[in-house]
Design a protein around this ligand. Structure first.
Ligand code: PBG
Length: 338
C-alpha cells in the first residue's frame, strides 16, 4: 500500500477502515484467531542415558539437561507422560572403554541404548512413543556415524550393515520408532528391509531427511561424550543447499520412511517449509542442542526473555510446517501448554 492507500473507501488521507489490529485486542481474540497452535502431543523429548553413573550429570553447555542414570531416565519418561508429551527420543552414552572402531555396544543386546529402551518401555508402555537414535557415533572410538574404510573415510555400505543389525536390536528392545540419523545413502531402505525380515513390520522409521553439517550440534557432542575429532561434512548436508534436501526427501519417501525430519530447526525453517509443502507424511523438526544452549545462555544473562523465546522458537517451527518438534524443552513446554 503506497502513501495514497485509502483504507478501501475512496478519498485520500482518511483514517483506515480496515484495521488488522482489531483481531489483536484481547488474549481471547488472539487465541481464537491463532493460525497455529502447539500441543503437548506434538513435542518429543530427546534424552540421554549414560552408562556407569550413580548420579545424573548436568551437561554444562545445556543447563537443565542431564545425562541420566537408569533411575532418573525412567523418572523423566514418566514426567513426560504426565505432561502429555508425545514421544521420547533416546540416546545411549556408553562407558569410554566400551567404544571401538565398529561401535559394538550399539548392537549388543545389553548395550546401554537397549537397556534404556527396555527401561523406558517398562515405565511408559505405549503411553509415550518410544524412539531411538539409530547411529553409530555414540559408540565408535573415532566418533564417526559409521565404520571407516582403510583410508579413514566413512564406508557407506559397510555402515548400512551395522545399521541393519542395530535396528533389529533396538526393535527387539522395544523401540516403536527408529531414527536413522547417520545420513548414509540408502539407509532407510536397507534398515526397513532388515526390520521386515526380522518380523518388525510395525516398527516405524522417522528419517533424518535433511540433516545439516551444523555448528549447532556442539553441545550435543558434550552430551554424548563424543570422541569425534574431525567433522561430518562428507555425509551431512551442506548448509548452503536447500534444493538438495528435496532430493534426500524423494529418496527417503521412496525407501519407505514413515515420517521425515529437518534438522536443525531455526536456521533451516525455509527447508522445513519446502519439505512440509511437498509431502503427505508427518514432518518433524529437531530443535538441536545449540538452539537450546543459545536461548538458555542469553536468558541467563538477562538478554532475552527465556519463556517467551522458547515458545516463539517452537511456534516458528510449527508455522514453518513442523507437525512434530523434538526439543529439550518438551516437558517444560508441554506443562506450560496445558
Ligand atoms: C547423531 C546425532 C547428532 C544429533 C542427533 N543425532 C549429532 C551429530 O550429528 O553430530 C545432534 C542433536 C543435537 O545437537 O541436539 N547420532
Amino acid at each position: 500500500y503506497g502513501s495514497g492507500y485509502d483504507g478501501g473507501r475512496g478519498g485520500y488521507g482518511d483514517f483506515p477502515v480496515v484495521r488488522p489490529r482489531r483481531l489483536r485486542t484481547t488474549p481471547a481474540m488472539r487465541r481464537m484467531v491463532a493460525e497455529h497452535r502447539l500441543h503437548p502431543a506434538d513435542l518429543i523429548l530427546p534424552a540421554f542415558l549414560r552408562e556407569g553413573i550413580t548420579e545424573p550429570v548436568e551437561i554444562s553447555s545445556m543447563p537443565g539437561v542431564y545425562q541420566h542414570t537408569r533411575e532418573t531416565l525412567r523418572k523423566a519418561a514418566a514426567e513426560a507422560v504426565a505432561a502429555g508429551v508425545g514421544g521420547i527420543m533416546i540416546f545411549g552414552v556408553p562407558e569410554e572403554g566400551k567404544k571401538d572402531a565398529t561401535g559394538s555396544c550399539g548392537t549388543d543386546p545389553d548395550g546401554i541404548l537397549q537397556v534404556a529402551l527396555r527401561d523406558v518401555r517398562a515405565e511408559v508402555g505405549d503411553d509415550l512413543v518410544v524412539m531411538s537414535d539409530l547411529c553409530l557415533d555414540e559408540f565408535t572410538d573415532h566418533g564417526h556415524c559409521g565404520v571407516l574404510d582403510e583410508r579413514g573415510r566413512v564406508d557407506n555400505d559397510a555402515t548400512l550393515e551395522r545399521y541393519a543389525e542395530m535396528a533389529c536390536v533396538q526393535a527387539e528392545a522395544g523401540a516403536h520408532v527408529l531414527g536413522p540419523s547417520g545420513m548414509m545413502d540408502g539407509q532407510v531402505a536397507f534398515v526397513r528391509r532388515a526390520l521386515d525380515e526380522a518380523g518388525h513390520q510395525d516398527v516405524a522409521m522417522l528419517a533424518y531427511t535433511a540433516k545439516y553439517a551444523s555448528a549447532f550440534y556442539g553441545p550435543f557432542r558434550e552430551a554424548v561424550d563424543s570422541s569425534l575429532t574431525g567433522d561430518r561434512k562428507a555425509y551431512q548436508q551442506d548448509p548452503a543447499n536447500g534444493r538438495e534436501a528435496m532430493r534426500e526427501l524423494a529418496l527417503d519417501l521412496a525407501e519407505g520412511a514413515d515420517m521425515v525430519m529437518v534438522k536443525p530447526a531455526l536456521p533451516y525453517l525455509d527447508v522445513l517449509r519446502r519439505v512440509a509443502d511437498a509431502v503427505d507424511v508427518p514432518v518433524a523438526a529437531y530443535q538441536v542442542s545449540g538452539e537450546y544452549a543459545m536461548v538458555e545462555a542469553a536468558a541467563q544473562r538477562g538478554w532475552i526473555e527465556r519463556e517467551r523465546a522458547i515458545m516463539e522458537t517452537l511456534t516458528g517451527a510449527r508455522r514453518a510446517g513442523a507437525d512434530m518438534i523434538l526439543t529439550y524443552w518438551a516437558t517444560e513446554a508441554a506443562r506450560r501448554l496445558r
